[in-house]
Design a protein around this ligand. Structure first.
Ligand code: NAD
Length: 302
């Protein structure tokens, strides 16, 4: 039997921790790094593996390196920019899987640097949030060389049940940002419709049920309106700041490809305004409150 590859996992935050835990549970030897050293140590105590002192040591001991970090700027720093970095220790043949929701053009540039060092880089951002990260049931959008993706498949399959190849490196991250753009547009138009309906005399809860039985249904009408907006809970667990970042990436891809996207720009501006009003740490479902402020009344389910 061939030994499982050693996975160096960088960034064990809300998403990275449960994802790395899935790898450890599946029997992959793991080397863990996080800027918050105590969090890396806690992970090792709870799930096994090792937390090397440096990124250089982590890279030297890994066959596959996974990054699950907030932004591409940080990924760039960790891979090659900082004093201690992955490139300083990376063995030829290493596969780097960039799983953050990052900027495709930055990832493409990093992939060239990885290739120049004899390694391979693919991107595999995820959808499904913390609950599906915990159960290893994420949707993973993977961009890069198909043969390299196949080699990384056992690692990806330990974290996700739906692993979809999207094309060249960076395409997974473009897809991820565009998915969140569509999802946000569906949320905002739905909230506007509920407010118009409420003024007309309709009950927003009944409206949500009708939309879900009719062609106006989308992920927000099904999984967010009753659960997080009409309940006034606003606790879906994904922040406004990260959503605003994703929409900025979607618009950046639009600009880089010379694609006119006026509606997308409006959706992004609405989220940036909501972020300014409620703060980056607010739950993304609070964008409903921003639309309510524009209209001048709150949604009330009867
Ligand atoms: P997080 O802030 O909870 O975790 C990020 C981790 O990276 C933290 O533990 C932090 O200490 C660590 N870190 C930061 N800088 C570092 C550095 N220089 N070196 C080493 N470690 C460093 O973020 P998250 O919610 O886990 O999100 C990670 C990525 O996944 C983001 O790109 C996000 O957009 C994306 N994402 C998040 C969700 C979600 O529901 N939270 C869902 C899908 C995708």
């Amino acid at each position: 039997m061939v030994d499982k590859p050693t996975v160096g996992f960088i960034g064990v935050g809300n998403m990275g921790w449960p994802m790395a835990a899935c790898l450890a549970k599946a029997g992959f030897p793991v080397l863990i790094n996080d800027q918050r050293r105590e969090v890396a140590n806690n992970f090792v105590q709870q799930h096994g593996g090792t937390a090397p002192d440096t990124l250089k040591q982590l890279a030297a001991g890994s066959d596959i390196v996974v990054t699950m970090l907030p932004t591409s700027v940080i990924v760039e720093h960790v891979l090659g920019g900082g004093d201690d970095n992955v490139f300083a220790g990376m063995k030829p043949g290493t596969i780097v899987i960039e799983m953050s929701s990052g900027v495709p053009s930055v990832t493409q540039r990093l992939a060239e640097q990885v290739a120049a060092l004899g390694g391979h880089m693919i991107d595999g951002p995820v959808s499904g949030g913390v609950p599906r990260a915990k159960t290893g049931e994420l949707a993973i959008m993977v961009g890069g060389d198909a043969a390299i993706i196949d080699r990384a498949m056992p690692v990806l399959s330990a974290m996700g049940t739906s692993v979809l190849k999207t094309g060249a490196v960076g395409s997974g991250q473009a897809m991820k940002a565009l998915n969140n753009l569509v999802s946000t547009g569906g949320f905002l138009i739905g909230i506007e419709a509920l407010l118009i309906g409420q003024r007309f005399g309709l009950d927003p809860a009944v409206m949500t049920d009708v939309l879900n039985a009719a062609t106006g249904m989308n992920n927000s009408t099904q999984k967010k309106f009753r659960q997080f907006v009409l309940s006034r809970g606003f606790n879906a667990g994904f922040t406004m700041g990260l959503l605003a970042k994703d929409l900025s990436i979607a618009l950046q891809v639009g600009r880089e490809t010379g694609t006119a996207a006026p509606l997308s720009a409006l959706v992004k501006e609405m989220i940036v305004s909501a972020e300014a009003m409620f703060g980056s740490a607010a739950d993304h479902t609070e964008m409903a409150k921003w639309v309510e402020k524009l209209v001048g009344e709150e949604l009330k389910a009867h």
